[in-house]
Design a protein around this ligand. Structure first.
Ligand SMILES: [Mg+2]
Length: 211
């Protein structure tokens, strides 16, 4: 629970940049009990992630994470906002953020518990909300500010996943946009159309008769 009354972030070093809030687990990485690839980050410590206790773990990076992070760091004030524990999150970010992309790291104690949901309340950041983007695989997390959402699918182990790579041109667009929330709305709309196109039962069926 976030009991802070003041903003969670210090004043911005570059106020002209919008703020990109990035989730960790299943957005940028996935934690396994076995090694999936030589690139995995080894964590020799006891911790809990997604309700499971690990004595040690291997954290896999989503494909194109390095490219995505470097681009994000050039364009935005990047803030990690994860519901994980600080020791777990810090161990991962220390390893994968070779470019010091993240200017701040917020963890479980910065989240808000609301009726069983863990919510990342962007009002606590101390940034103008029309200049904040939250990229998260779990819609519950941006339940309070859905208009700021840049949705992304959950990633576990698909090494052919290209979602981070495909988002890079949109990051470019958002960084110079005078209407970030409008651009996000258009993005979400197009994305929902694409998703419907891959789910046949959602198509309009003129021959459908209710039983
Ligand atoms: Mg997540």
């Amino acid at each position: 629970m976030n009991f802070n009354l003041g903003p969670l972030l210090p004043p911005p070093t570059n106020p002209s940049r919008a703020t990109l809030v990035l989730d960790l687990d299943e957005t940028l990485v996935h934690c396994n009990s076995e090694r999936l690839s030589d690139d995995d980050i080894y964590i020799p410590m006891r911790f809990k992630a997604n309700g499971v206790y690990y004595e040690e773990a291997f954290v896999s990076k989503r494909p194109f994470l390095d490219e995505f992070l470097q681009k994000a760091g050039q364009l935005f004030e990047c803030v990690l906002f994860s519901a994980c524990s600080r020791p777990y999150g810090d161990r991962i970010i220390d390893e994968l953020d070779k470019w010091n992309v993240f200017s701040a790291r917020l963890y479980r104690d910065a989240c808000t518990e609301d009726d069983g949901y863990t919510v990342k309340d962007l009002r606590c950041l101390g940034r103008p909300l029309h200049r904040v983007i939250i990229m998260d695989n779990t819609p519950d997390c941006y339940f309070y500010q859905p208009t700021n959402a840049l949705p992304i699918t959950s990633w576990y182990d698909d090494l052919k996943d290209t979602e981070l790579l495909e988002l890079i041109p949109f990051l470019d667009q958002l960084a110079t946009s005078i209407g970030i929330l409008a651009d996000l709305k258009t993005f979400r709309y197009k994305r929902s159309i694409q998703h419907q196109a891959t789910v046949p039962h959602l198509h309009y069926n003129p021959n459908f008769k209710p039983s």
